[in-house]
Design a protein around this ligand. Structure first.
Ligand SMILES: CC(C)(COP(=O)(O)OP(=O)(O)OC[C@H]1O[C@@H](n2cnc3c(N)ncnc32)[C@H](O)[C@@H]1OP(=O)(O)O)[C@@H](O)C(=O)NCCC(=O)NCCS
Length: 222
């Protein structure tokens, strides 16, 4: 078996979108909660593959793409076009489809309650100390072989060589495996977890977002 990490290529786009959907619920398929693959991949992966493909990496096992790291050098650049959201909400019917309709309804209720408590979640974390961010996901077949570490180390090396002072990420607070992995990669938790509107566990529990950060020494590694 040969494994490795390489730069993203345009022909990897379909595999990245598939992996995004197949790992969207803390490493498990998200379909039971958000059944529409097209809109899920558009919301969570398309900005990175289409607007900043040079910051994307893929993990490969025996020639098959089994995972990715989608990066962004400057989080201020990310924008989810309202027209894209409108397309999915209206033209693809997310507002009325089973699965997404309850999720979107719960999101509105969660956001409304948070607004009353003056505790609205921040849509985007922007801080000049950690301007870059990443998303990483591997299919089960790619996990536990060092590929995640290789993806993150390669991304952090790029940030250092570009003079970027730090990187942040947001992970599901309930995803203990991911938090342990990111801590092993040098990230530390920052602040308390905040509510993730709309998403629920299989038993109806709420999910939360944990912010993690890593400052980068811009000196070359010894
Ligand atoms: C989290 C994930 C990216 C880690 O990638 P990976 O290739 O499985 O991890 P690696 O084999 O490179 O592990 C590197 C180190 O991280 C730590 N680590 C990895 N998984 C861990 C776990 N489940 N529990 C504790 N530590 C873990 C270990 O220190 C490990 O080093 P070691 O193997 O020498 O002990 C991958 O498992 C994955 O995609 N999971 C599902 C999706 C997900 O949760 N993504 C994060 C969303 S924010």
């Amino acid at each position: 078996m040969t494994t490795g990490v390489r730069a993203y290529r345009p022909e990897d786009r379909a595999a990245v979108r598939r992996i995004c959907f197949e790992t969207g619920y803390m490493g498990e398929p998200i379909a039971w909660q958000w059944p529409d693959e097209e809109s899920f991949a558009d919301v969570f992966s398309s900005w990175y593959t289409d607007q900043e493909p040079g910051s994307a990496l893929v993990a490969v096992v025996d020639g098959e793409v089994v995972g990715y790291l989608l990066g962004c050098l400057d989080s201020r650049r990310v924008d989810l076009k309202p027209s894209l959201a409108a397309h999915h909400l209206l033209r693809r019917g997310l507002l009325v489809k089973s699965g997404t309709a309850p999720l979107l309804g719960r999101s509105l209720v969660d956001i409304g309650r948070a607004a009353v408590r003056r505790d609205l979640p921040h849509p985007t974390f922007l801080d000049d100390r950690w301007p870059a961010h990443l998303h990483i996901n591997l299919l089960p077949a790619g996990r536990g072989q060092g590929l995640g570490a290789e993806l993150v180390h390669r991304w952090l090396a790029t940030l250092r060589s570009d003079g970027v002072p730090g990187c942040h990420l947001e992970t599901w607070a309930e995803n203990a495996n991911a938090s342990a992995f990111f801590e092993a990669m040098g990230f530390t938790r920052r602040g308390e977890p905040t509510l993730m509107p709309g998403f629920r566990s299989r038993t109806g529990g709420r999910h939360h977002i944990q912010l993690m950060v890593q400052s980068l020494s811009l000196e070359p590694e010894p």
